[in-house]
Design a protein around this ligand. Sequence first.
Ligand code: AGV
Ligand code: CA
Length: 312
Amino acid sequence: MNKKRVYFNHDAGVDDLVSLFLLLQMDNIHLAGASVIPADGYLEPGADASRKIIDRFGRYEVEVAKSNSRGKNPFPAAWRMHTFFVDALPILNESGTMNASLSPLPAHRHMIEAIRASAEPTTLLFTGPLTDLARALDEAPDIEERIEKLVWMGGTFEKGNVQEPEHDGTAEWNVFWDPEACHRVFQSKIPVDLVALESTNKVPLTLSVRNAWAKERNYEGVDFLGQCYACCPPLVYMETNSTYYLWDVLTTASVGRPELVMKREVRCTVVPDGLSQGRTIADPNGRPVNLVHDLDADAFWAYIADLAKKAA
Ligand code: AGV
Ligand code: CA
C-alpha cells in the first residue's frame, strides 16, 4: 500500500498524545517525524511521553524533536499539567527505558529536514499552535511547495474558548497562543484543512464514551485511551470551559480516514493583536481554508476504537 507521509507537531495535551498513539496504528500512514511545542502542555514530559508512546505502541522508528518556540499568551497551567499525568502512566513506564531517538534539532528545523528528505510531498498535522510552521516557512521558503497540505486543529467561526482578563472571548486557544504565527501561515499558499472548535461539536467526551472504553479495557490500547482521558474531569451537570471534545483526535482521524468528515471552503482572516487577538473571521477577501462542518460521529468512534484495539 502506498502510505501517506505525515509530519506531526503537537502541544502535549491529552488529546495530542492520544493522537500520536492513534497515528502510529494507521496502516495507511507513514509518520515521518514528530515534534512537541510547549503550549497546552510542558516540553520535557511532552517529549518523553511521545518517545515512550512510540516505544510502547509504534512499529517503526520515529524521531522526536523539541520546539524552542514560545507563545504570546500562555495556556492555563492547570491544563498544561496533563502532560505530566500521561508521561507518568505505568503502561508507558513499565520497560523503564526510552529508546525512540530525540533530535538535536529544534522542532521547526527538524520538520524542515523531514520535509526536504523525501521527494514525495508531506502532509503536516498540527494539533497545537502554528509557531513552528511559521518559523520553518520563514527560514526555509523552499519547503512550501513540498507540503501537500496542513491539517490543523485551530480557530473558530462561532464561539471562542479563551477566557482571559484582557480578551473578548472570540478566539480559539491554539490561535490565541500565537496569533501572528497563524497570520504567517495564512499568507502561504499551503492548502489548509481546518478542524475548528465547532467542527467537534458532535464528538464530546461523554460518560457513555468513557464507559464504552472501560468495557473494552482488556485491550491495552483501549485501556490507554481511557487512562489518558481520566485526567480530564468528567463534569456531567454543566457544560463548562473544561468540557472535553475530541478536538485533536478528530483532526488526526481525518488524516487517516478523510471520508469521516465533510468540508466546505471558507475564506478567512485572523486578528493579529488587541482585545480579539487570535479571532478567526470569515471574510470573502480572506484566504481559503477547508472547514470541517460535519462528520459521521458513529464511524469516528468505531474507527478510533478499532485503531486502539490493534495496538499491542
Ligand atoms: O482549543 C482546543 C485545543 C486542542 O488542541 N486545546 C485542547 C486540544 O488539545 C486547548 C483546550 C481547550 N479547552 C481545554 C484545552 C481544556 N478544558 N483543557 C485542556 N486544553
Ligand atoms: Ca492540542
